[in-house]
Design a protein around this ligand. Structure first.
Ligand code: CMP
Length: 138
């Protein structure tokens, strides 16, 4: 057991055929999959999910990108899940991401950066509940 984080394999990662490799790296790093699905966000979904970024100059681009194709949404469990997952994925900008991190390997740019990871325990709970009902969490 441990605490939880929420992730999305973003449309670029799905389009580029990286679902399997990324999930392999996540589970090999000690995360247990609590919930998972292939889904696509509507514009309204993405605007709500990213509400904290709505005043940012990149907000329109972010919503456009995140809705352009399917994503894999998942809840992950591990001790120290939020922090350890952010270490595993690497910096938001793949040019600054450490060697071996998921973004270093699979991300093309700061906007199309392959994977999302919650930034706090509180947001992990909010984001996981945005995508999953209680009976979908194992
Ligand atoms: P994430 O941290 O998952 O959620 C917010 C996203 O906004 C972030 O990933 C980036 O993909 C995106 N983002 C952050 N900064 C920029 C930027 N300067 N230009 C475009 N997208 C950005």
């Amino acid at each position: 057991a441990g605490n939880k984080t929420f992730t999305m394999l973003k449309p670029d990662a799905v389009e580029n055929g990286h679902i399997g490799a990324i999930l392999e790296q996540i589970t090999a790093s000690g995360f247990r999959i609590v919930a998972m699905k292939l889904t696509q966000m509507t514009k309204a979904d993405a605007e709500k999910f990213y509400d904290i970024h709505k005043e940012r100059p990149f907000f329109g681009e972010l919503v456009e990108f995140m809705t352009r194709g399917p994503i894999v949404a998942a809840i992950l469990e591990k001790e120290n899940a939020v922090e350890d997952f952010r270490t595993l994925i690497g910096a938001t900008n793949p040019e600054e991401a450490a060697e071996g991190t998921i973004r270093k390997k699979y991300a093309a740019s700061i906007g199309e950066n392959a994977v999302h990871g919650s930034d706090s325990d509180e947001n992990a709970e909010i984001e996981g509940s945005f995508h999953f009902a209680g009976r979908e969490k194992f």
